[in-house]
Design a protein around this ligand. Structure first.
Ligand code: HEM
Length: 407
């Protein structure tokens, strides 16, 4: 194992400003770092992160979520393994793919995107982060669940607090306290809604979750509340960063933006490359069940492992010229990019592979398509340089754009 003294710390301002050169140093010279402040072992090479994610639970478990997420959500499928995970996942997964996604929820996605764009399409300028990306996915989930539109702002506040709790690597007590408050507030809001929906089911996702049954197992009110809390955080923050990221990357490469504008079937390619190049989630943790040897050394049993997705996705042993954004690259497969057979690591892999990957794809395809239609001549505000924010999740802080308004 390397002592990695020359590698900037993952909690340093230098790393937060631009983690990519640090990721390279880690992959090259310190593929396994013992990190005291987070009490974890950091891995950065593609082959190691892939191996951790694909493990069936014998060597790497998700027990880290007992302290990383359970205090804010309650218990969710992220913490489960084996048959219990399979059954619980089967209860929720059908709503996020196939006919449910295409017929029930695609109209919800299209409507929510259009409403946001209508608010700025005639003005000639917008901040694609504040006016669109941070609003769209959370509005979609709230609407899919059949919740009151008037409550969307509260949802926005809750998911921000949950994500801050998850990424609280430095253990800030205020962030922890805000997370605990969110858990109470969310339960007070959600449990009565779940009970009411059991009495009066509708055609919404919440009613589907109330009625879902696999092998005689159904979800309790508490299970549903916890899952909804996970949906807000897992589906809001991530897709928000993905949409901002795809536009930041395309605007920085005008010829690729022009190609996507010309041929909308390239949107999934641009999304897959964005997931590789600037993944919304940069770190995912696991807990070792036994002593494990990875590149650079051996990790003891019972340790926390920090898997750096952002580093693994730019591993030169896996991708040619990995620091180049190229939607036409031939070493990233778009057809499998939104399934558990993906070769980028942005949705993780294995049994906890993102349940919402196809929903995210539908949101991005709809959102990017509608924005390109509504905003001709789209360009970044003069003199603006994109600043990325975040270490655990990461994306553009703002993205002010100009365009020619259509009458
Ligand atoms: C670009 C957008 C997204 C990214 C990058 C992303 C990323 C991830 C990652 C990395 C995991 C694995 C966590 C782990 O293994 O510890 C995950 C799991 C999950 N995601 Fe996503 N996600 C996205 C969108 C969504 C959406 C839209 C939803 C649903 C509304 C969603 C719901 C979930 C759920 C429920 C899990 C847990 C699955 C399980 O434990 O079996 N995600 N996601």
């Amino acid at each position: 194992m390397s002592t990695a003294q020359q590698v900037p710390d993952i909690l340093s301002p230098e790393f937060a400003a631009n983690p990519y050169p640090v990721y390279r140093m880690m992959r090259d010279g310190a593929p396994l770092i013992r990190h005291e402040a987070t009490q974890s072992w950091i891995v950065s090479r593609y082959e190691d992160v892939e191996r951790v994610f694909k493990d069936r639970g014998d060597r790497f478990t998700t027990e880290n979520y007992d302290w990383q997420l359970e205090p804010v959500h309650g218990r969710t499928i992220l913490q489960l393994s084996g048959r219990e995970h399979a059954v619980r996942r089967a209860l929720v997964a059908p709503a996020f793919r196939g006919a449910d996604l295409q017929e029930r929820f695609l109209p919800v996605i299209e409507r929510n995107s259009r409403e946001l764009i209508d608010a700025f399409r005639h003005t000639g300028r917008a901040d694609l982060v504040a006016d669109y990306a941070t609003r769209f996915p959370v509005n979609v989930i709230a609407d899919m669940l059949g919740l009151d539109k008037a409550d969307h702002d509260r949802f926005h506040g809750w998911y921000t607090s949950v994500i801050a709790f998850l990424g609280n690597l430095s253990g800030d007590p205020e962030v922890a306290a805000a997370g605990a408050r969110t858990r109470t507030e969310f339960a007070e809001y959600m449990i009565p809604v779940v009970r009411e929906r059991r009495e009066n089911p509708g055609d919404d996702l919440l009613s589907t979750l109330c009625a879902a049954e696999v092998d005689g197992v159904r979800m309790s009110d508490e299970d549903i509340k916890a899952f909804c809390s996970l949906l807000l955080a897992a589906g809001g923050e991530t897709t928000d960063k993905a949409i901002a990221g795809i536009f930041a990357n395309l605007l920085a490469h005008p010829e690729q933006l022009a190609a996507v504008r010309e041929d909308r079937s390239l949107i999934p390619r641009a999304f897959a490359e964005t997931l590789r190049y600037t993944p919304p989630v940069h770190m995912i943790m696991r807990q070792t069940a036994t002593e494990v040897t990875l590149s650079g050394g051996t990790i003891p049993a019972g340790a926390t492992v920090t898997c750096l997705i952002g580093a693994a996705n730019r591993d030169e042993s896996r991708y040619r010229d990995p620091d180049r954004f190229d939607i036409m690259r031939d070493d990233l497969t778009t057809t499998t990019a939104f399934s558990a057979a993906a070769d980028h690591l942005a949705f993780a892999l294995g049994r906890h592979f993102c349940v919402g990957a196809l929903l995210a794809k539908a949101e991005v395809e709809t959102g990017v398509g509608q924005l390109l239609d509504a905003l001709p001549d789209l360009r970044t505000e003069d003199g603006f340089e994109v600043v990325e924010r975040g270490v655990f999740t990461r994306g553009p802080q703002s993205l002010p754009v100009r365009f020619t308004p259509v009458s």
